[in-house]
Design a protein around this ligand. Structure first.
Ligand SMILES: Nc1ncnc2c1ncn2[C@@H]1O[C@H](COP(=O)(O)OP(=O)(O)OP(=O)(O)O)[C@@H](O)[C@H]1O
Ligand SMILES: Nc1nc2c(c(=O)[nH]1)N[C@H]1C(S)=C(S)[C@@H](COP(=O)(O)O)O[C@H]1N2
Length: 176
């Protein structure tokens, strides 16, 4: 069987310019390695905070690389150059606002500034895109909150059948 492809997209001017090491993107890869029982392969890219570049990379990951899931980090805040949610909205046919709502609610337990993130999620053809904040500590906090619903979402959009280590994530698939 083909490996499931997952896009990891770090949106950060400074990580793209090698001012700092991209810890957050690597943390997303580590999380997927820990929880997924499927054979999977990361398609990993770091781009600056440019809406057209981010949107173009999302389209490439979805259509050319056939990524079932695309997880972004960074660029979700209120600063002028934070445009990851705008890029996500530009390419998605459907938005899934519940992802952002839950991630902000969970993040508020850790930082009062959680409300500054405009992180969202949406469906681009057969791919699910999820935005995470840039802070390395936010990655696990946010993914743990939403991941139980991710496999069923992929089922509904014609993606691959995800299986997780039950001791790490309790996947929820409603009975059909
Ligand atoms: N990908 C990352 N890897 C490691 N640390 C990061 C990353 N993204 C953000 N950080 C850390 O979180 C802090 C706050 O992130 P900030 O919101 O300013 O980043 P950003 O908007 O994603 O990146 P930039 O401003 O370079 O485009 C940064 O100063 C940095 O210490
Ligand atoms: N879980 C979690 N969520 C978080 C944070 C965090 O440290 N942990 N940082 C907040 C802050 S300070 C900002 S400005 C916004 C947007 O961050 P971004 O622009 O790096 O995406 O995410 C927020 N959400």
């Amino acid at each position: 069987m083909d490996k499931i492809k997952i896009g990891i997209l770090t949106c950060s001017d400074r990580a793209a310019a090698n001012v700092y090491e991209d810890i957050s993107g690597k943390e997303i890869i580590r999380y997927m390695d820990e929880v997924l029982s499927n054979d999977w392969e990361p398609i990993y890219k770091i781009v600056p905070d440019e809406k057209e570049t981010i949107a173009g990379t999302m389209l490439e990951m979805a259509h050319t690389d056939q990524c079932a899931l695309i997880v972004t980090t960074g660029g979700t805040g209120p600063a002028l150059r934070d445009v990851t949610p705008e890029a996500t909205e530009a390419v998605c046919q459907k938005m899934l606002p519940g992802f952002g709502e839950l991630m902000r609610q969970v993040s508020l337990q850790y930082v009062a500034t959680a409300i500054l993130s405009r992180q969202t999620a949406g469906v681009l053809d057969n791919s699910l895109i999820i935005n995470l904040p840039g802070k390395p500590s936010a990655i696990r906090q946010c993914l743990e909150a939403v991941f139980p619903a991710v496999p069923y979402c992929l089922d509904l959009i014609g993606g691959p059948y995800l299986v997780c280590d039950d001791s790490k994530v309790k996947i929820f698939r409603p009975k059909q």
